[in-house]
Design a binder for this molecule. Sequence first.
Ligand SMILES: [Mn+2]
Length: 359
Amino acid sequence: MKMTFRWYGSGRDSITLKQIKQIPGMSGLMGVLDHKAAGEVWTEEEIRAYMDEVHEAGLECEVIESVNVHEDIKMGLPSRDRYIENYRITIRNLAKYGVKVIIYNFMPVFDWLRTDLARVIPEDGSNSLYFDEADLGDMGPMEIVRSTIENSNGFSLPGWEPERLAELETVLERYKTITPDDLRENYRYFLEGIIPVCEECGVVMACHPDDPAWPVFGLPRIAHSQEDYDKIVKLYDSPCNTLCLCTGSLGSDPDNDIPAMIRHFGQMKRIGAMHVRNVKHLGYHKFREAAHLSSAGDLDLYEIMKAVHDTCPDTYIRPDHGRMIWDEVGRPGYGLYDRALGAVYLSGLWEAIEKTSAR
Ligand SMILES: [Mn+2]
């Protein structure tokens, strides 16, 4: 298991590489080029600049996140071939700089969705990301995107790039005629275009689940259950076609048994990377993100780490979102303190599991 941290790059993150390096047990980053729009080529120069900085800080970067799939690919438009070719170039460029895993998603329009980015947790006064479907009320997709951008403390949020807003209405209209099966066929076409390149250059694709783990605004969503992922791994049978098992996203649905899912896909060697965090269920389609500790939420982090240990011990993990604690100001979900606490807690569980299972 390699413990990693998400970092948005100099000037785009409230956290420094030095701070990340000082978290015990941290091997490196799950990196991202935050300024790249979906469909654009990630150039060698841009990747090199990011990597040089990371390596200079004594950290690795073998995992890259959010190489976003252009909406035209998901909608199956004729223009998709151009964007798939760009994606192939990006894969090759990333491989040249030591990237082994690329995390992405195939969610229409919304990367993730919350109704409150700073919901105060009454017990201790910290705050975290929160979702209550009832709060959506009459809010349409355009309004939720606007309010999300307004409440992000001036930081960009993954998947909510302002430049995507302009075309949102057209895109939403188009999706009305796309069924989940159509979306899966478009997904297959995408995988057929890119997985051979991954096999050639030793890169694994890891698909991040829908967040929350159910359909929103009537859009087709195809990655939020074990059944869904069984279909995805079959779309293109290759060790390079894997999932990024995000415990918090999948865990927003109490019906998803996370340790069982890790064992299922871990044994198949189809877990390329993991995001590990806890979630507190508050009712039907209502939850908040919780501290990592098992007792703080509804997921059993010991059972989760044990399943990783038993079936996919070489995977990359990062503490996913954290709460905002100790008056920290930063990008919602991506502060330093709570994620650092989470990383060290997970490393502690890992040490205990390793030592007890070696006996
Ligand atoms: Mn995640």
